[in-house]
Design a protein around this ligand. Structure first.
Ligand code: ZN
Ligand code: ZN
Length: 144
């Protein structure tokens, strides 16, 4: 199995998903914002960098993370500047209390930064991992 970089003009191919992740992060496409900082889009290169920053600057958040574990790499999807690319490089998180915590953090952050990206934009990016609303579900799967 091989993993190809999908960015225009880049045709690198890797043998492991990890190599692809590292490569894609070098393009700057796995950047995540810190929703606990008041500055606008003060982003970090990867979730692991955000975690380090949070442990230095947001002690209260670390206490919450010990319970909910939302500072995992896949949860970074909710803080990703490019959620589509994030999803492509890293597995998609499910809906759980950890994702609710991160979404609330981003909502609070948007409220403090009216000039930054709007919550509507963020929610558009998150929509891909939300469970399908019941009314759209079919009782039997329909495949053509
Ligand atoms: Zn590339
Ligand atoms: Zn911060």
């Amino acid at each position: 199995m091989t993993f190809e970089c999908w960015f225009a003009g880049c045709e690198r191919i890797f043998t492991t998903r990890d190599q692809l992740r590292n490569h894609v992060s070098n393009h700057g496409y796995l950047r995540v914002v810190c929703p606990w900082c008041s500055e606008d889009e003060k982003s970090k290169r990867r979730m692991v960098d955000l975690k380090r920053h949070v442990s230095e600057c947001h002690v209260r958040v670390i206490a919450d993370d010990e319970r909910l574990h939302f500072l995992r790499e896949r949860c970074g999807f909710f803080l990703a500047i490019n959620p589509d690319d994030y999803k492509r490089a890293i597995e998609t998180p499910g809906e759980d209390p950890a994702s609710d915590y991160l979404k609330d953090a981003v909502r609070g952050w948007c409220a403090k930064n009216p000039k930054g990206r709007s919550i509507t934009e963020w929610e558009k990016g998150w929509r891909s991992v939300q469970p399908i609303p019941r009314r759209n579900r079919r009782s039997t799967p329909s495949y053509p």
